[in-house]
Design a protein around this ligand. Structure first.
Ligand SMILES: Cc1cc2nc3c(=O)[nH]c(=O)nc-3n(C[C@H](O)[C@H](O)[C@H](O)COP(=O)(O)OP(=O)(O)OC[C@H]3O[C@@H](n4cnc5c(N)ncnc54)[C@H](O)[C@@H]3O)c2cc1C
Length: 389
């Protein structure tokens, strides 16, 4: 049975919602309720993502989010008692022209200044890290040994279990269908199972965050954009330390997937630059074909692999590829933690903590996230991130 009242209602049971519920409850916030429309948590963007975690971004705010969030993943198992299959194979950006190399050189200098241990590699250093790749056109790379991978489902389940232990109530199979606002303040959330009176609502609905914001009369520019992933059958010869490789100008990436006795497969994705916004999550097989052709050109060993699994999920893309982490003045009590534009899994831990601080302390205390305020869209004060794949 849904409660009739709540201190905070969190809408969405992906990494953002689960982290928010946990951080609120762990701070002693009573009557936290999380609603997820699917029967299972983490079934959307979070469960469909590639699991990559990295410091290598092109804006300070994203690097600062990583500097706080990745250590939270390192402490995760100790804090929450849930294994998240954390590993640190490093991220290797392949760069095929002098302009990108110069941009990444400047990014690496900024990352180093903030404390992230990334560096620029020569062609030969790239070849040493990724000898299986075809690198004739590559002029250099960017590398960070402290970038890696974690299991998104483990993170969602760990936060959800932690939130429940601290008294939060989590309801799956319940969708938010309306948000009541009275005199400029949120007063209740309507759901498929009745209304919950509440003074605070968190929009953590990922690709659907724009729809949820509209329920409160808020025009939030977050576009759902389909992105696809292919996992190959196991291949002999993939080393244990195969890095997360991003072929930057092709928006193409690879990382090792699985590690059973039968060998290791490769997970690969490529962003279709012509993909139009929409909620379609069926696999576009024509795109898979193009993607695999480019993947094999870069990684010839893949010609010997079969296709084990493929799926499509949705990025949640804002006009400047940065999230909104904010509490609104109108309506008061409406909080947004959404729009991470395809790299939100890794920032979920700190984002949930920051929203909890906004609700409980009146402002974010761990990091100044005023750049990520909702009003920047109306003000035209955008922050552009270039390291998006
Ligand atoms: C193919 C792909 C690869 C990616 N790779 C990476 C990566 O390597 N690293 C990385 O950091 N990020 C990656 N991302 C991005 C990452 O997955 C997202 O940024 C992150 O998971 C967003 O989390 P979320 O909780 O906001 O959204 P979601 O996980 O989508 O959660 C939102 C939830 O809200 C629920 N919901 C929506 N509307 C309602 C409603 N009305 N009522 C109740 N519930 C509702 C949805 O069902 C959903 O479960 C990738 C994404 C995709 C699609």
């Amino acid at each position: 049975m849904l409660p009739k009242t709540a201190g905070v209602v969190v809408i969405g049971g992906g990494v953002m919602g689960a982290s928010t519920a946990y951080h609120l409850a762990a701070r002693g916030c009573r009557n936290v309720v999380l609603l997820e429309k699917h029967e299972f948590l983490g079934a959307e963007a979070t469960g469909k993502c590639a699991g990559g975690i990295r410091y290598q971004f092109s804006t300070e705010i994203n690097v600062r989010l990583s500097l706080l969030s990745l250590p939270m993943l390192e402490r995760f198992e100790m804090e929450l008692g849930q294994s998240i299959d954390l590993r640190w194979p490093g991220y290797l950006f392949l760069l095929d022209n002098a302009r990108d190399l110069a941009t990444f050189r400047a990014n690496v200098a900024m990352q180093n200044r903030l404390g992230a241990p990334s560096r620029i590699l020569s062609h030969d250093e790239v070849a040493a890290k990724a000898p299986l790749l075809q690198l004739d056109d590559i002029v250099g790379g960017a590398w960070c040994a402290r970038d890696g991978l974690a299991d998104p489902n483990g993170v969602v389940q760990g936060y959800a279990a932690g939130a429940r232990r601290q008294g939060a109530a989590i309801f799956t199979g319940v969708a938010a269908t309306g948000i009541r606002v009275k005199a400029g303040r949120v007063t209740a959330v309507e759901t498929t199972q009745g209304a919950i009176a509440t003074p605070a609502v968190v929009d953590a609905a990922g690709p659907w965050a724009g729809q949820v914001a509209a329920l409160a009369g808020v025009d939030l520019p977050i576009a759902p954009i389909r992105r696809q992933i292919v996992v190959t059958t196991p291949l002999a010869g993939i080393p244990d330390d195969f890095p997360f490789v991003i072929d930057f100008s092709r928006s193409l990436y690879f990382h090792r997937e699985g590690g059973g006795p039968e060998g290791r497969g490769i997970l690969t994705g490529q962003s279709n630059p012509d993909e139009q916004p929409g909620f379609d999550q069926s696999v576009d097989h024509a795109w898979t074909e193009q993607h695999l052709e480019q993947a094999m050109a870069r990684f010839p060993l893949l010609e010997r692999a079969g296709l084990l699994r493929e799926w499509a999920g949705l990025y949640e893309v804002t006009p400047d590829a940065h999230p909104v982490i904010d509490g609104l003045a109108d309506p008061a009590g409406f909080y947004i933690v959404a729009g991470f534009s395809g790299h939100g899994f890794m920032h979920g831990p700190i984002a949930g903590q920051l929203i909890a601080e906004m609700i409980l302390d009146g402002k974010a205390r761990s990091l100044d996230v005023s750049q990520l305020r909702f009003s920047r869209f109306a003000e035209g004060d955008l922050v552009q991130e270039h390291n998006v794949v």
